[in-house]
Structures are given as structure tokens and as C-alpha cells.
Ligand binder design. Structure first.
Ligand code: HEC
Length: 157
């Protein structure tokens, strides 16, 4: 007797593997958008690592909030613009929104921040699993999940 059901399962597993190989299943739809008004953002600090120069950018309203001792407002983008040899190479962006953290398991969330990796042409890196971003940034729970929070505070003063 032929057993079509397991064969169908095998076929769909093969499709899933093909999708992963094509980078489709790995991409993670996060809520982070590329900020169209990035040109209005404030450059609050720079981190240099060899030929990599990282400009940290944030909207003026977020600077005002920090100055007033308020939490960063919902919708805030924080941008790490990664330059290699003077050329923009990629953007690492974190953005917060109302209850966005509920999209993730309690132990892997970073409050209501979500993360995304955009290439220089502003397309998403479909091969990044943004759980990696969250797991590293989780260590910064005491400073709103930002590594450069102290620089931001100093800048805002
Ligand atoms: C291995 C740990 C690690 C991972 C993984 C990681 N980050 Fe970060 N991130 C850092 C550190 C450390 C900084 C501070 C800048 C520096 O030291 O280069 C930083 C800085 C940032 C900043 C600037 C604001 C801040 O926190 O200071 C953004 C935005 C950011 N990362 C987004 C991302 C995104 C998006 C991803 C995933 C695509 C990601 N990060 C993955 C460690 C990490």
C-alpha cells in the first residue's frame, strides 16, 4: 500500500528547506521601519572600531525626553549608522512601540524594543535573526536596552 501522507509531509519539508536556503524562512518580520526623516536625527555619539565608524542617531524629540528625565517616547528609533572607510555600510536600528515586546517570549523580550538590520540601500537583511540583537541588548536592561545610554544622557544635558 502506498502511503501518500508521509510523502506529502516530506515534500513540504523539502519546500521549507528550500525556503530557508533562499533566506525566506529566516527573515523575521519585525515592526521596525526605516526612518524616512533620518536626516533630521541628531548624532549623539560615535564609536570607532578599526575601520568601522558607528554614528549613533536619535530624533530630537527623544533628546528632549531624556533632557526632561522622561522615558524615550513610543515610536522612537535609535540608529547605529555603520560606516566602513567613510561609506555607509549598514544601519542597525532599534525602535520601540506600545506593547511591541508582547510579540516575543517573556524571557527574550527587551521591554517594547524591536530590532532590524538594514543594508545601505535601506533593504532589510533577510538573513538576520533579530533574536540575536535582543539577546545581546538584554544585558542593558538598566539603561533602556541602550549600550550608549550614558553618552545620550551626557549629550542631552
Ligand atoms: C554581541 C552583542 C550585540 C549584538 C548581537 C547586537 N548588538 Fe547592538 N550594540 C552592541 C553594543 C556593544 C553597542 C554599542 C556600540 C558599540 O560598542 O559598537 C550596540 C549599539 C547598538 C545601537 C545603538 C544604541 C545603543 O544600544 O547604544 C543600536 C541601534 C543597535 N546596537 C542595534 C542592534 C541591532 C539591530 C542588532 C541586530 C541586528 C544588534 N544591535 C545586535 C551589542 C550588540
Amino acid at each position: 500500500m502506498p502511503q501518500p501522507a508521509p510523502r506529502r509531509l516530506l515534500a513540504s519539508a523539502a519546500l521549507a528547506i528550500a525556503a530557508i536556503a533562499a533566506g525566506i524562512a529566516l527573515s523575521e518580520p519585525t515592526r521596525v521601519t526605516f526612518p524616512e526623516n533620518i536626516d533630521t536625527f541628531v548624532h549623539y555619539t560615535t564609536v570607532t572600531r578599526g575601520n568601522v565608524v558607528e554614528h549613533m542617531l536619535i530624533p530630537p524629540a527623544a533628546i528632549e525626553a531624556v533632557r526632561a528625565g522622561q522615558p524615550l517616547p513610543d515610536g522612537t528609533h535609535v540608529v547605529l549608522a555603520d560606516y566602513r572607510d567613510g561609506e555607509i555600510y549598514r544601519y542597525f536600528i532599534m525602535q520601540k512601540g506600545p506593547d511591541w515586546g508582547a510579540d516575543y517570549d517573556e524571557d527574550s523580550r527587551t521591554a517594547d524594543w524591536q530590532y532590524q538590520w538594514f543594508w545601505a540601500d535601506r533593504s532589510i537583511n533577510m538573513e538576520e535573526d533579530t533574536a540575536r540583537c535582543r539577546s545581546c541588548h538584554q544585558s542593558r536592561e538598566g539603561s533602556d536596552y541602550l549600550f550608549t545610554y550614558n553618552d545620550l544622557r551626557r549629550f542631552a544635558q
